[in-house]
Design a protein around this ligand. Sequence first.
Ligand code: URA
Length: 214
Amino acid sequence: MPRLPRHSAAAFLPATVTLASLQSAAAACTGCDLYKQATQTVFGEGDAHARLLFVGEQPGDQEDREGRPFVGPSGRILDRALAEVGIDRRLVYVTNAVKHFKWEPQGKRRKHKKPTASEIAACKPWLDAELRVVQPDAVVCLGVTAAQAVFGHPVRLQDFRGKGQHLPSVGMVFVTIHPSAVLRSPDPQQREKAYQSFVTDLRSVGVQLKHRAA
Ligand code: URA
């Protein structure tokens, strides 16, 4: 008999799968230890029939408090870039590879801590279920943690950036930087360069999808 992973969200999935049933079941997920530290589960949100599904890493401090993905500083970068390429955020679906905020104390702050491969794998049933319900034309991975969740193995940004890949179980997958990489750039010029490269990647998703549809 195949061995089940020690940590997994699989047992928490509802019998009937809709975005609403998934969100309410995920609120009670204790499939790995990250729920212990977090305020709440931050499930994906957006259009249930979205053509584009964005995957981030995990909720940040503000998302953990508000219970919604990408509402903090990284979300503002994402919103600005989406607006710049003419994508309405209300028409996409936005989620994370890991649904609980992982952090460590740094003075009075809660400092983001990268999820491990086993935490990413444990949370994958939620992402798989979101993908099954939404059935987007394309998935955009924001950063390598998202890409690791979607591809099921570690991914180097430079190997995947700029070109779409077709994954049989998912469809078209694109990989770009996480918007926090823009915020982490050391000076305004580099921040602008990183931001423009993010915008270019998002624009190219639209172009490549149009070419495939033509
Ligand atoms: N970073 C992420 O990856 N996801 C969020 O929801 C917020 C910040």
